[in-house]
Ligand binder design. Structure first.
Ligand code: ADQ
Length: 483
């Protein structure tokens, strides 16, 4: 009987020491939720890194960790600190991440990073090979594991392998600058199906395959030896029901039941009627355009001073990759910008920016989504951007304005949002003004369409569609090769 193996850099669980034992708490993030229908824990296995290095894991705890993971249908690939440094902080986050987000100036082509990346990808592939047979379906996730499909296909040619990239695939002109470009493409071509968030990323990938490997490409099929590899776009959705229902429940909480953050937001609204809150939520990452957004907010307040005291920007930035130098610099830049702007523009009654640098529990995210009149998301590049979708899902009365960068994958599906170019301050200032003034009826008309679409194409549908195309592809491929 065939089984499904999912593989990602991080496992969808958090390890916790409890009562002297070990337990694995399932994560509730988008990917973990979407995969529920694929990963039932019975006939499936999820392979990945636990987040603890070998140096941080006492040997005596390993059996308890393995047992706790097995109870959640998971198995770990253990990594040393040196491997995590070279593979994750190195090649994944200092080479691939900046390059694929068009930050060539931050991209480091470092041979030792590449070698560790290859070696760790082999470790992941070996872990799959130890667990899989020829009838199994293997779904590999994301840019940390791009060599895995070929490494598995070589030793287990019968397996059905899918790969999904969660970040953009850059244009050929950017991708071709990488010294190991052919190896990365060949690694991906071990798959039977390669999925991207958008049609554009798919076209960029096919163009690189055609030009760098001179392979036959017909529409979205790649012909390699006696195999046909399908390339397609699968825009990822969210767990719409979870966000929407949490917002409905939040609306119904009274007095003391409300969180401290919600009370603070309620007080703000009560004390300053007619004012509006603008929300931005991102991981603290240069691709998200946070510093530019803060500058654009200052530009707006100087261009339209009549909106001072009427608009407040809430920035929630989640700490991320904080031992990569670019991220440390960005953190400093944002701290300084917020300090300077608040220092220069605040009045006795008003601070233009509220800045939180932390992760927040789900309930508080819902407080923010439901209390803010405008969501302003300005990534310079973003594979998809799920925050935009989550904001819309929580608007139970359908009001709220979404201002979204054209550079986010989600912009392709969210035409009813106000789409902006994050480099155009003039346009953003005018759009903030337009968002402030937008009549409720217009907000509701726009959000009605967005909500319908997000509800229908949720993350579960996304996962099921990918799996069903993957299964079909394999059988079609076999038929075509035989005939
Ligand atoms: P990310 O770059 O992490 O994901 P995004 O899609 O916006 O970006 O997802 C972030 C997630 O983190 C959201 O679900 C959000 O709710 C959560 N989050 C954000 N701030 C938080 C906070 N302070 N506390 C707690 N949770 C917070 C990568 C790609 C994206 C792509 C996704 C999925 O970079 O482009 O959309 O994968 O494929």
């Amino acid at each position: 009987m065939s089984k499904t193996i999912i593989i990602s850099n991080r496992l969808p669980v958090q390890l916790q020491i409890s009562d002297g034992g070990m337990s694995a708490i399932p994560s509730v993030g988008g990917l973990a939720t979407g995969m529920k229908s694929v990963h039932d824990g019975k006939n499936s296995l999820w392979i990945g890194w636990s987040g603890l290095t070998e140096e941080d894991t006492p040997e005596s705890l390993v059996p308890a960790i393995d047992k706790a993971l097995a109870e959640q249908g998971c198995a770990q690939v253990s990594l040393t600190k040196e491997e995590v440094d070279g593979f994750y902080f190195g090649f994944s986050n200092r080479t691939i991440w900046p390059l694929f987000h068009y930050f060539l100036e931050y991209t480091e082509f470092e041979l030792s990073f590449w070698e560790t990346y290859r070696q760790v990808n082999q470790k992941f592939a070996d872990a799959i090979l130890a667990q899989s047979g020829p009838d199994d379906i293997i779904w590999v996730h994301d840019y940390q594991l791009m060599l895995v499909p070929q490494m598995v296909k070589e030793k287990n040619p019968g397996a059905t392998i899918g790969f999904f990239l969660h970040i953009p695939f850059p244009s050929y002109e950017i991708f071709r600058t990488m010294p190991w470009r052919e190896e990365v493409l060949q690694g991906l071509l071990g798959s039977d199906l390669i999925g991207f968030h958008t049609y554009d990323y798919e076209r960029h990938f096919l163009s690189s395959v055609r030009r760098l490997l001179s392979l036959d490409v017909h529409f979205n099929d790649i012909y390699l030896d006696n195999r046909i590899i399908k390339v397609d776009s699968f825009p990822m959705g969210i767990d719409y029901k979870r966000f929407h229902e949490a917002a409905v429940a939040n609306d119904q909480l009274k007095g003391k039941e409300r969180s401290d953050l919600q009370k603070k937001l309620d007080d703000h609204k009560a004390s300053a009627p007619g004012t509006k809150l603008i929300l931005s939520i991102d991981r603290l990452d240069y691709s998200k355009g946070i510093a530019k957004r803060i500058n654009a907010f200052e530009y707006f307040l100087r261009k339209y001073p009549e909106y001072k005291e009427k608009m407040r920007l809430i920035i929630l930035a989640v700490p991320s990759r904080s031992n990569v130098p670019q991220y440390m610099l960005l953190k400093k830049e944002i701290d300084e910008l917020v300090g300077r702007i608040n220092g220069e523009l605040s009045t006795v009654n008003w601070t233009p920016i509220w800045y939180f640098y932390r992760s927040m529990p789900f309930e508080n995210l819902i407080d923010l989504y439901t209390s803010c009149d405008i969501a302003w998301l300005t990534p310079l590049r973003d594979g998809m951007n799920l925050v935009a979708k989550e904001y819309i899902a929580t608007r139970t009365d359908k009001t709220g304005v979404l201002i979204l960068s054209e550079m986010a994958g989600s912009a392709y599906e969210m035409n009813e949002a106000l789409l902006i170019n994050p480099n155009n301050f003039e346009q953003q200032a005018d759009t903030l003004k337009r968002a402030f003034e937008m009549p409720k009826e217009e907000q509701m008309a726009r959000n009605m369409f967005l909500q319908k679409r997000l509800e229908r194409y949720n993350v579960e549908v996304w996962a099921q569609e990918f799996m069903s195309v993957l299964k079909n592809q394999k059988s079609e491929e076999q038929e075509q090769v035989v005939t």
